[in-house]
Design a protein around this ligand. Structure first.
Ligand SMILES: C[S@@+](CC[C@H](N)C(=O)[O-])C[C@H]1O[C@@H](n2cnc3c(N)ncnc32)[C@H](O)[C@@H]1O
Length: 236
């Protein structure tokens, strides 16, 4: 997610984290995430600007959750199930499937039962651990969507849920690893209207009510928004 957008949309739980949490991130994750922060903001930070610290904490909220408190993400994912009609709209003939940013397996469990070969990309060690404990037979690789460790045209279906936006580096990677005739499907992408404008097929459904859940989930993450749309593109 772009820096400004991440600052603006940070859920209330951003106040739970402090700048010292940056040091608790694995070095590769910290470097990857700091590279998303505009240079001018990093200069202000180095000069001790207090307001920039708040913006950085807001921008890194999801990073802190995935890498430092993955069980919180897992609790949220459990009460935000993917709309069944979105799952039903996924292509049915699947051999090799690649899921980017698999998290703790909300979508992976569905895919694992319906394809012959599944690779899940997940950079968070804690989320990957949860994923492996639930789905011990699938291959989980720690990597970034910006540089996928897969050969060209490996995947027949490349899918992500709640992750990809109109970032040319990532979209080029998804196209590179997807075979001609294969499909890229993004569930709950950032800025779905951008994809629609770019010629992707868009399916948007009314959200379904969420299952009962503890109060802390909304106090921390804000109003729930279970995935209820997808965009897709066939690679030619
Ligand atoms: C919103 S969560 C969605 C998790 C899962 N797809 C689901 O729907 O339950 C985003 C996931 O993408 C991972 N992620 C974040 N940035 C990433 C990147 N640049 N490349 C690959 N995965 C990333 C996070 O660690 C997290 O597991």
């Amino acid at each position: 997610m772009e820096y400004e957008r991440a600052v603006e949309t940070a859920p209330p739980g951003w106040r739970h984290f402090t700048m010292s949490d940056l040091d608790r991130l694995p070095a590769a994750v910290r470097d990857h995430e700091l590279a998303r922060i505009p240079h001018a903001e990093r200069e202000l930070l180095a000069a001790g600007d207090r307001e920039v610290s708040e913006r950085i904490l807001r921008a890194l909220f999801w990073t802190f959750v995935y890498h430092l408190e993955p069980e919180r993400w897992d609790a949220l994912a459990l009460v935000e199930p993917i709309h069944p009609s979105v799952l039903a709209a996924l292509p049915t003939a699947r051999g090799r499937v690649l899921e980017i940013g698999a998290g703790s397996g909300r979508l992976t469990a569905y895919l694992a039962e319906r394809c012959s070969s599944l690779i899940a990309i997940e950079p968070s060690t804690g989320l990957a651990r949860l994923l492996r404990s639930r789905l011990p037979r699938i291959r989980v690789i720690a990597a970034w969507a910006e540089a996928l460790p897969l050969p060209n045209h490996w995947s027949e279906l490349t899918v992500a849920c709640g992750l990809v936006g109109p970032d040319p580096t990532v979209l080029n990677e998804l196209e590179r690893v997807t075979v001609s005739g294969g499909e890229i499907v993004l569930i709950s992408p950032e800025q779905p209207e951008w994809f629609e404008g770019d010629g992707w097929r868009r399916l948007s459904l009314d959200p379904l009510p969420c299952p009962p859940h503890d109060d802390w989930i909304e106090s921390f993450f804000g109003p729930l928004d279970p995935p209820h749309e997808l965009v897709s593109k066939r690679i030619t």
